[in-house]
Design a protein. Structure first.
Length: 458
């Protein structure tokens, strides 16, 4: 039982993507005035700007656990509520402790929200996962762009203070929270009681064929299947995490360190232009995927091509000077955005519905931890060697890891996952992902899948 999303549902999906980044990126333009008022040193500045990225990684497993405990809808509502409150109250009392505490709450809320979105996509649009992912991915990228570009000339000008500016950027998240409470409850289908889910205990403890070792594990009685922590031991999750982490590392490293490189080479006046090109160039990538994502998500070559392009572009940034550097920044934005959105689509496209959230959480844990650690290591090496160009090297390393991982991924060619049984991802997961025999195709399989999905919603 699956209902088509109406226009309001698509708008909510886009707004959920917008909510993933809009409050995070609103702080960076305000840092000079925040630093002045709170007397932050460079260590504090680095900590408050990178804390959300670290939470995206380490908090993803918490998000998966919340989904398993309370269901997808309630996890989305909780994540949005935490982001709204934490983001809006970061400036309350003009206190460093409040700034860090509320940033932590905001980042953890987004970490809960992130693995829930692929699960919603898999539930709402199982046959057009790529397009649905591109819709919320487009919202994510536009959220980054408008928060970074409109905070100083529009929002700060209108509010007059950084505290009120941060609070105002939480308004779209609050609106999304209200719409989610109205739309998801109606559009997320629940199974009819006449079609109970198949017994997981029967599947989990089925006798192995002669000569074969049993891969069955005790069935997790909670609705979300295996936990994100168990997925971290699986090869498929690491492949996805390295691809997503490679895209994120290249993007975050360029945003963080390209301004310093330009200043050091005497081109400080082009910092704004370079960052604008880097961030805006992601939007054409989302436009391409809005049209072609469902087809591209079923092939390996788009992943490998985008990863390989990212290697060449990241290597070029280590030696290039303007105007070539600006061109490379634009190409890096397009390639990293393209690769990120494809990686976001793969769990929902390749995994069974109950496994989408924990696999996505494992991917985010690996990918965003990588995107936090590698640029940090680049900064340490730069301080030790005195070379600013070396700060861009983590982007190259991340891209190389993404190439290696993408070469081993074989996405499903068929958009009807239920007709193909276990996917490459489930097959590569080993014992943690064992789900017993594949469900038969046809109405019975659809009813069983819907029953399992309804259990996941709680």
């Amino acid at each position: 039982m699956r209902r088509r999303l109406d226009v309001k549902g698509w708008v909510v999906l886009w707004l959920l993507g917008l909510s993933l980044r809009i409050t995070v990126l609103a702080l960076a333009p305000l840092l000079p005035v925040v630093t002045r008022d709170l007397r932050l040193d460079q260590t504090a500045i680095g900590a408050v700007t990178n804390l959300p990225v670290l939470l995206f990684g380490l908090g993803a497993a918490i998000g998966s656990a919340v989904i398993r405990r309370v269901g997808t809808k309630h996890a989305v509502v909780l994540g949005l509520l935490m982001e709204t409150a934490g983001g809006a109250l970061r400036g309350a009392g003009t206190s460093t402790a409040v700034l860090f505490g509320c940033t932590f709450v905001m980042g953890l809320g987004i970490a809960i929200l992130q693995p829930a979105l692929p699960a919603l996509v898999r539930r709402w649009k199982p046959s057009t996962v790529g397009t649905a992912t591109a819709v919320y991915g487009n919202g994510l990228l536009i959220g980054e762009a408008i928060a970074a570009s409109l905070t100083l000339p529009v929002v700060l000008e209108a509010t007059g203070s950084w505290q009120e500016s941060l609070a105002l950027w939480s308004a779209p998240v609050a609106l999304t929270l209200v719409l989610v409470a109205l739309v998801i409850g109606r559009d997320a289908p629940h199974p009819a009681p006449s079609h109970p889910a198949p017994s997981h205990a029967t599947e989990s403890h089925a006798a192995p064929a002669p000569g074969q070792a049993s891969t069955a594990v005790p069935t997790d009685p909670r609705p979300g299947g295996a936990s994100a922590w168990s997925r971290l031991r699986a090869g498929g999750s690491w492949k996805l995490g390295l691809v997503q982490g490679g895209a994120s590392t290249a993007y975050f490293a360029a945003n963080a360190f390209l301004p310093g490189v330009l200043h050091a080479t005497g081109h400080g006046g082009q910092v704004g232009e370079a960052l604008t090109v880097l961030n805006v160039s992601q939007l054409p990538a989302s436009a391409v995927l809005l049209v072609h994502a469902d087809r591209l998500a079923r092939h390996r070559w788009p992943l490998w091509t985008a990863s390989a392009a990212l290697v060449g572009i990241s290597a070029g940034l280590l030696v290039a000077s303007p105007p070539v550097l600006l061109v490379l920044a634009g190409l890096l934005g397009f390639s990293s955005g393209f690769l990120l959105l494809l990686a976001l689509a793969l769990p929902a496209a390749a995994a069974r519905e109950r496994d989408v959230a924990p696999i996505s959480a494992a991917m985010f844990t690996i990918g965003y931890t990588m995107a936090f650690v590698l640029p940090l290591a680049g900064g340490v090496v730069s301080d030790a060697t005195g070379s600013l160009r070396i700060t861009l090297a983590p982007g190259l390393l991340g891209a190389v890891l993404a190439v290696i991982a993408s070469a081993t991924i074989t996405p499903n060619r068929s958009p009807k996952l239920e007709r193909r049984g276990a996917s490459w991802l489930a097959a590569s997961e080993g014992p943690a992902a064992s789900e017993g025999p594949a469900a038969p195709a046809g109405p019975a399989a659809s009813a069983g899948s819907a029953a399992s999905a309804g259990s996941a919603e709680g």
